[in-house]
Design a protein around this ligand. Sequence first.
Ligand code: NI
Length: 361
Amino acid sequence: ADHSTASSDLPLQVNYSIYSPVQGWSGTAADNQALQAPYGSWVAAMRANLINIPADAQVGIRYQVNLSGTGWLDPAEDGAEAGNASAEAPLEAICMELYGASAASYDLYYKVYQNGTWTDWALNGAVAGTEGAGLRIDGIRAAITAKDAGAPQAAMNAVDPSRPMIALTFDDGPQPSVGNRIMDCLAQYGGKATFFMVGERVGSYKTEVQRMVAEGHEVANHTMNHKYLQKLGAAQIQAQVNNGNDAIQAACGVRPTLLRLPGGNHNAAVLANAGMPMIQWNVDTLDWKTRNADKTVAAVLNHVKDGDIILMHELYGATGDAVARIVPELHKRGFQMVTVSQMAAAKGRSLEAGKLYSSFH
Ligand code: NI
């Protein structure tokens, strides 16, 4: 392993990716982010490496997998593949450990998604997952903490309820040319967004949708075909919602818990049949109409306050330009950029199916 160049004040972290027969290699998950194979698929191979290695530290990561039908394979290290991507048999169990003179300064925690649930954390070389029982691994999560600091919290980037926060939301995607720019920018400033996606689009852009999950953004439903639901009957409303959830889950392994209505349009039948919390907005940038970055920037920065839900659209280059200016300024003003679900939780609001929410003031 090359330990000579990386140097950072950031804490040592593990990054990782998984191979599933349906999707191939996933995007890279950041430390403590859950990474799952698409619904119905499984993990056939994995890779892991360390980032933010202190300049004076000697540390690497080694991991070993139990492959269905084969048993424990030889260990792999520092980004090498463990498993067998070409054979596509599932992993049944894994173990991971840090090595090198500095390894004793850290704890490495990891867990697997197996048989419909996440296992407890395994620590420093212990086995995670059950081998020899016909169970396959469908997801992996790993995190590094300082030695004896205790198990990682439920999610990194925890929201501070005492500080102001806003939810940036992007509709009508996925659209990689804009969405990836948005995520690049948010990654720089530690922000998260909510992407309300059209189900019929996600199959074409799975890599982008998987990146959203890997980087902690919220994947959410904007119906299967962007139909105005107030014009539909009960069964069609339900189908638009359920098919949208199915499509997103198939692409990234995560089933959305939030719905945004196309146009925000609703009537009694929509409220009765949506079956999910419906997220409206209180700051409308009209970015789809103006396609003008200056106007979109002004619409956000001239009005923004704690608890806002801001509506933008992922389809337009001008929106990507605007985000590149909005995010640094919001960061400078002290706003936390959080997902809709994070904001609701931080404000102590429960989200109920059949109800509309337009802000969390
Ligand atoms: Ni829309």
